[in-house]
Design a protein around this ligand. Sequence first.
Ligand SMILES: [Zn+2]
Length: 376
Amino acid sequence: MAVRYELIKKCKQTGARVGKLHTPHGTIDTPIFMPVGTLATVKTMSPEELKDMEAQIILSNTYHLFLRPGHEIVEEAGGLHGFMNWDRAILTDSGGFQVFSLSNLREIDEQGVAFRSHLSGEKLFISPEKAMEIQNALGADIIMAFDECAPYPADPDYVRPSMERTTRWAERCLKAHERPHTQALFGIVQGGVYRELREQSAREITSLDFPGYAIGGLSVGEPHSLMYEVLDYTVPLLPENKPRYLMGVGSPDALIEGAIRGIDMFDCVLPTRIARNGTCMTSHGRLVIRNAIYARDFTPLDHNCDCYTCRNFTRAYIRHLIKCEEIFGIRLTTYHNLYFLLKLMKQVREAIMEDRLGDFRDEFFARYGVNEARGF
Ligand SMILES: [Zn+2]
């Protein structure tokens, strides 16, 4: 097995768990947030900066790297680790989510998905076998089974066959995966927001004995309360001795609520994407740095943050840079947002170790002021 999960401690107050995930590129403390480096780079951040903020694992996107520069070139460079000079752990997604959300003229059948590149219009085809070939070439420590992420809202008559096909594709991924000793293939539970379908999917996917399991198809537009409800009945169906990954989730409230429900890994473009238009996560909630009230505000972004940005620069300066579209402004807000979430997960782990994650959640939410629908 390429990865091994070690359970360290369960929080007596909430049931959340702290663990260690041993990978070929280092041991990861869980629960963890994984910054997203779509095109083999976490936008505007150097590997050195990512290490400085204590990122332990990053995510990269199969679909995007398949289109540009092509997985053969990445493999020639020594895989993603060599290509981007990142010696810690990497996870690649399966490409499924982007094929379904970005590409044009999709045609899904049992074999796979035919689509046109959102860049060139070129006609392409990804099957479970192709997704494995690409991810084997990219060489990440953790790779994902090719799945269909059903949209929200979607009728159960759509979600059921899609989920059942995802199970059949998962079996094909297991067969096609050529490097199980160095790359851990995770299975993905689908089933939309329907309990019966989630239960069926969890039963079928866990029977296939993957080294880790993801919950996909959430955070696609449904209210957070509904996402938590799905987690409440889905997570207990996943084995205790393997890592659990909630895909595409990165708002502070969902990270805490997810951890409370037993999730170990999270990823999302949210912190980096909003940073680029000047929106920052702070211990007192979201801060839109473009606002005129910050023009003469010579205090840090977040008084409670000790990141490079907050130790050295003021809101007025960062506002000026963002308004002038200076790249350094984007770098400062990106650094801060990633640091904020990585530190939040560190605090979550500490709270679990001390059996007080419930108290931590209450204190955090009282300060943060959670937005009911999206949590951010
Ligand atoms: Zn900061």
